[in-house]
Design a protein around this ligand. Structure first.
Ligand code: NGQ
Ligand code: ZN
Length: 465
C-alpha cells in the first residue's frame, strides 16, 4: 500500500507580553501564524520554547486608504508663497509640472522609498489611487499597465500589500469638459479604462496578496454614463474610490452644474454602499453626512494633506454621532505618520469646537483607542483587507519600542493615548506583513540603496540637477 503524506503547514509562533487584540489588550499572547495568516490567538500563555519573542507591545498595522505615490517627490517643495491667493488649485498647477517629468523608472523609485517609509510608519497596505497612466503628452505606453507595474514592483520590493486603484479620468470639469494639456497623462475613454482594468486584473491574478479596485478621479473628471458603464463591467464586490467634496469651489461648481452638492448627487444618481470610499468628503451638509453614515461607505480622511492644501475641517464629531465610518490616508505624503494623521484629525475638531476630547464613544472614552480602531476598521473596508489581531486575519503587526519610557511605563489602557498624543520619535521598532518581518529594529533591509536612488530622482525632477 502506498502511503500518501500531506506536507504539514509550517507554523510560526510569536509571543508578546502584551498585545492589542480585536477584543482589546491582552497579556502573554501567543500568535500562531501559518502561510501569512493568523491561525490562532491565545492570551495568558507561557512563552513556548520555539516562539519568537516580540520585544514590546504589539499592535495591528493599518491600511493607508489613499496614496498618489509620485507626489512624495514634491512633498515640502511647494511651501513657497508665489501669490497671495495660493490655494489647492495653484498647488495643483505645480503638481502637474512635476507630472510632466516623471519616467516609469522614477515612478518606481519614488514609490519604493515611499512604501518603505509607510511600512516603517506602521501601514502595511496601501490604496494606490493611480492616475499617472501615459507618456508625457498623453500617448499610451506600449503596455497600458507600464505605470501600474512600477507600483506593483515597488510594493513587492518593499513588502507592502497593494490595493491597486486604476483611475478613470476623462474630463477637466463637471458636465464632461475637455481635459487640459496638464492632464494628458491621466486621460482614458471608458473602453480604454476597462481594458486597463482587465489588464491589471490579469497581472494580479498571479499575485493574490494584492487587491484591485475601481476608481473615479472625481465627479469633475467622469460623467454619470461613465460611472454606470464601469460599475456594470467590473466585479460587483470591488471597492470603489473617488475624490469628493474636498474644496468649496468643487462643491459650488457641482451645485452650478447639477443643482446638487457632490455627495447628494452621487447618492441620488449612483447610490452609495459599503464598497465606496469617499476620499476627503470634507464639505458635507447634514443630509449628506447622514447618507454616508447610512450607506456604510468609508470616508477616506487624509488629515495632513487636507491641512496642507487648506481644504477645511472634516465634520468628524458629527459623522461619529451619525454612526459613520472612516479611515486614514496619506494622499500627497507630506507626512508618513499614523501619529500625525490621527492627532491632526482630533486636534482639528478641538480647534473648531474649542473643546477637548472630541472623537470618542461612550463605550470607548479613550480618544487614542477610538481613533486607532476606526482607522483600522475603515482602512480594512476601504482597502479590501483584514488586518487586526484575530484568528483569520492577515499576520500583519507592529512592535513598539519598549525602551521608550511612555511605551514601557504606560498601562495598556493608556498606551495608545501616550503614543498618539505624546511621542515625538517614531516608536515603531519592528513590522511584520503576511507573517514576514519587513522592518527590523527601525530599519528596512533595502533602505540604504532605495534612499540614494530616491535622492537622485528628487535632484533631477525638482532641482533639474
Ligand atoms: C489629485 N489631490 O488627484 O492628486 C488631487 C488633486 C485634483 C487631492 N485631491 C487634483 N488631494 O483634485 O484635481
Ligand atoms: Zn487624492
Amino acid at each position: 500500500m502506498i502511503e500518501t503524506k500531506t506536507k504539514p503547514t509550517k507554523s510560526d509562533l510569536y509571543f508578546a507580553k502584551r498585545a492589542r487584540l480585536a477584543t482589546g489588550w491582552a497579556n502573554n499572547v501567543v500568535l500562531d501564524v501559518q502561510a501569512g495568516v493568523i491561525r490562532s490567538v491565545q492570551s495568558d500563555q507561557k512563552c513556548p520554547a520555539d516562539a519568537t519573542l516580540l520585544s514590546g507591545p504589539v499592535l495591528p498595522t493599518l491600511a493607508n486608504v489613499h496614496s498618489h505615490a509620485f507626489q512624495r517627490v514634491m512633498a515640502g517643495a511647494a511651501e513657497v508663497c508665489l501669490n497671495p491667493n495660493d490655494s489647492f488649485w495653484s498647488w495643483r498647477d505645480l503638481m502637474y509640472k512635476v507630472v510632466q517629468k516623471l519616467t516609469p523608472e522614477d515612478a518606481r523609485i519614488i514609490a519604493k522609498q515611499l512604501y518603505i517609509d509607510m511600512l516603517k510608519a506602521g501601514y502595511s497596505q496601501v490604496g494606490e489611487f493611480h492616475y499617472l497612466h501615459h507618456q508625457t503628452g498623453g500617448t499610451p505606453y506600449h503596455d497600458p499597465t507600464e505605470m501600474a507595474q512600477q507600483l506593483l514592483s515597488a510594493a513587492n520590493d518593499s513588502g507592502i500589500g497593494l490595493t491597486l486603484l486604476p483611475v478613470l479620468y476623462s474630463h477637466s470639469g463637471f458636465g464632461g469638459q475637455a481635459p487640459t494639456s496638464g492632464q494628458a497623462r491621466f486621460i482614458h475613454s471608458t473602453d480604454a479604462y476597462l481594458a486597463l482594468y482587465q489588464a491589471c486584473d490579469a497581472l494580479l491574478i498571479a499575485q493574490p496578496q494584492h487587491q484591485l479596485g475601481v476608481c473615479f478621479h472625481s465627479l469633475r473628471a467622469v460623467t454619470q454614463t461613465q460611472i454606470e458603464a464601469v460599475l456594470k463591467a467590473t466585479p460587483e464586490q470591488a471597492r470603489v474610490h473617488i475624490h469628493i467634496a474636498e474644496q468649496q469651489k468643487e462643491v459650488q461648481d457641482c451645485v452650478q452644474w447639477s443643482g446638487q452638492r457632490p455627495v447628494a448627487w452621487l447618492q441620488e444618481h449612483i447610490g452609495l454602499n459599503s464598497r465606496w470610499c469617499l476620499v476627503h468628503a470634507t464639505h458635507l451638509d447634514d443630509s449628506e453626512l447622514q447618507a454616508i453614515a447610512r450607506s456604510n461607505a468609508v470616508a477616506g480622511l487624509c488629515p495632513t494633506t487636507e491641512a496642507n492644501l487648506g481644504d477645511g475641517i472634516f465634520p468628524g464629531v458629527a459623522l461619529e454621532q451619525a454612526g459613520g465610518r472612516w479611515g486614514i490616508g496619506s494622499d500627497s505624503h507630506v507626512s508618513l505618520s499614523i501619529v500625525e494623521e490621527l492627532r491632526t484629525l482630533e486636534y482639528s475638531q478641538r480647534l473648531r469646537d474649542q473643546q477637548r476630547n472630541r472623537l470618542y464613544r461612550v463605550t470607548q472614552p479613550h480618544v487614542g483607542d477610538y481613533l486607532f480602531d476606526q482607522a483600522l476598521h475603515g482602512g480594512n473596508q476601504a482597502c479590501d483587507v483584514t488586518l487586526g489581531l484575530q484568528t483569520g486575519s492577515r499576520a500583519d503587526f507592529m512592535v513598539l519600542d519598549d525602551t521608550h519610557p511612555f511605551i514601557a511605563a504606560s498601562e495598556s489602557h493608556d498606551l495608545l493615548n501616550r503614543w498618539l498624543f505624546a511621542c515625538q520619535d517614531n516608536v515603531i521598532k519592528d513590522v511584520f506583513v503576511f507573517g514576514k518581518q519587513v522592518v527590523k529594529d527601525f530599519q528596512h533591509e533595502q533602505e540604504a540603496e532605495s534612499r540614494r536612488d530616491f535622492a537622485n530622482v528628487i535632484k533631477r525632477v525638482i532641482y533639474d540637477a
